[in-house]
Design a protein around this ligand. Structure first.
Ligand code: 4GM
Length: 238
């Protein structure tokens, strides 16, 4: 999987990608030969590098009035045209916007099957609608019903959620294995988790978890997951 990110703040991504499991997966691909290309790569492009404005501006006040500024078409269009030919794999274009379709785990799974995602992270009040229209087909995606100062954090959320599903990205200890598989796609919340010590501050771990009775543990976890879902997210059951 190749990710291209078009942003006015590439430095926001550098720390996150370098420090995390995501960066490790791109730098030390788990199962590729020593000099083969990583199966996972991130490529950051600064939209401002494509401005033709003498003061490097990429935004203007909105036609029709109103607060804030709008990201102009030209630098966004030219950045996309410049980046897409850098790899032969076809890019699925994505723009992060609160007006987009809401990201959920089933959309994440669908995106994880694709060879290349090109993500535009806008700033200001938004992006000139004409460039979004001209970039069709493009998927407008929102990470939730709230407004951020820019699309960068939204893009990082999407990248994290997609990357962890790519085979070989997570180590055995981190892997979304058989246990969490059901909760990732089955539409119920996960069961609670416990680790050592058996008693902490007078609070004991549920007895069944140290019983060694695997069938009983499974049944208890299923029951806990259902009870939590009914309590906290009844919408997932209807
Ligand atoms: C408006 C249009 C995404 C605002 C394009 C981006 C929230 C989300 C922005 C934009 C954003 C979200 C920047 N805020 N809920 N702000 O996914 O890029």
């Amino acid at each position: 999987m190749r990710f291209d990110v078009l942003t006015l703040f590439p430095e926001m991504f550098e720390g996150v990608l370098a420090a995390s499991i995501l960066g490790r997966a791109a730098t030390h691909p788990a199962d590729s030969a020593p000099d083969s290309a990583p199966r996972l790569s991130y490529h950051l492009t600064n939209i401002r590098d494509f401005t033709v404005d003498k003061h490097q501006k990429v935004d203007q006040r909105p036609f029709g009035g109103g607060p804030g500024m709008v990201l102009q078409c030209q630098p966004v269009w030219d950045a996309v045209q410049s980046v897409e030919p850098l790899d032969a794999r076809p890019a699925t274009r994505i723009v992060m916007t609160p007006q987009g379709r809401r990201l959920d785990q089933s959309m994440v799974e669908e995106l994880a099957q694709l060879p290349r995602l090109l993500i535009i992270a806008g700033r200001y009040e938004g992006i000139d609608e004409r460039v979004v229209e001209r970039l069709a087909p493009i998927r407008e995606i929102s990470i939730g019903d709230y407004v951020l100062t820019g699309g960068e954090l939204a893009a990082m959320v999407l990248i994290d959620a997609v990357t962890r599903l790519i085979p070989g990205v997570l180590g055995d200890d981190e892997s979304a294995g058989a246990d969490s598989f059901a909760s990732e796609i089955g539409g119920v919340l996960d069961h609670p988790h416990y680790t050592r010590p058996r008693v902490w501050e007078g609070m004991a771990v549920p007895e069944v978890l140290i019983s060694g009775d695997h069938a009983a543990i499974e049944a208890w976890r299923r029951q806990q997951a259902m009870a939590r879902t009914r309590d906290r997210r009844p919408d997932l059951l209807s």
